[in-house]
Design a protein around this ligand. Sequence first.
Ligand SMILES: Nc1nc2c(c(=O)[nH]1)N[C@H]1C(S)=C(S)[C@@H](COP(=O)(O)O)O[C@H]1N2
Ligand SMILES: [Mo]
Length: 377
Amino acid sequence: MPPPVDVPLDATKVPGLPSTQFSPRSPFENPTLAPLNVMSGSTLTPLQHLKGSITPSDLHFQRSHNGIAVIDPAKHRLVIHGLVNRPLSFDVDELKRFPSVSRTCFIECSGNGRAAYRTPKPQMTPQEVDGMTSNSEWTGVSVKTLLHEAGMKGGAGWVLAEGGDAAVLSRSIPMEKMLDDAIIAYAQNGEPVRMSNGYPMRLVLPGYEGNMCIKWLRRLKLIDQPNMSRDETVKYTDPLPDGNSRQFSFVMDAKSVITSPAFPERLKGAGWWPISGLAWTGRGKITHVDVSTDGGKTWFEAELVGQVLPMAHTRFQYMWEWKGQPATIMSRATDETGYTQPTLQEFRTVRGPGTDYHYNAIRSWTVAADGTVGFGG
Ligand SMILES: Nc1nc2c(c(=O)[nH]1)N[C@H]1C(S)=C(S)[C@@H](COP(=O)(O)O)O[C@H]1N2
Ligand SMILES: [Mo]
């Protein structure tokens, strides 16, 4: 597609374009994205188009159970009540008077990777395979600060967090997490939280499943046991082959995805190619990522690029000398607890066919002799 602006033959010979208040992307950057199904209530991050580790705010994935709430911040209040000494409420300007905290972390939907597991196709892009994870710098107030302000009563072991959208989504969060690193964020990558990501304020629980990071947050109720609300009982539980279920698996397990080379890329000839991707874990820092180019028989340690932050996307790369032969490339993340991503077979055995959430098996991409790349499951 030709760019929508005139491109001079020599940019040093004509004055450039006038400045605009909002800076557009280069007209040459016209990324091909997965088709958008507006009725599904979700969009996925095009991981294959990103470098480094931050997700630009307008490319953060979106998952909204009943549309994107449009909220006037002047009319929105966050209420803190239940097992507290002083029930309180704050609008966003009042929250901004508290000391702020900033934290870069991923938010990943616990359903991320479902289609790639259930119905893998060679023509799936990294966006379609694992695009329901994104990484932002979130700024706001520590939940701990507000809970100390309200004063906790004995027995307050859980907090019910509720959104002010048409889904009125609510989840129970252990008090331990709320007092540890939970944030009520009003800013994302330096600017107000985008509307689809919870404007004017959202809960951010580093490392926890995306569903618990309640957007358009309007209420925190201190309670003595989980509320068992609809959103935490009808979904997000994984039935296991032995008849038991994995319920309340809040922390996201270590995972990685190669973002290049990946479909629809084609390697233009033998030689050196970087194998690059993202790794993350809800249990702290990624300690290493191994890459295989022979379908998992041998593994080599990849380099971690840039800062390695806990509960954040970590970029890895491995320089590969491709001999022009068919190859299967894979990545395998290990976190600081020593946990390593399971193979697809191990994952299938442990989780069985009924599983619907928390997919973190090692993935593969096949490179054909002509350089075309396909998703290998
Ligand atoms: N109020 C409210 N909060 C919500 C949701 C929602 O529909 N309503 N969706 C949840 C789900 S399922 C996920 S995965 C994350 C997605 O956050 P994002 O849209 O900012 O990526 O928000 C969670 N918080
Ligand atoms: Mo989700």
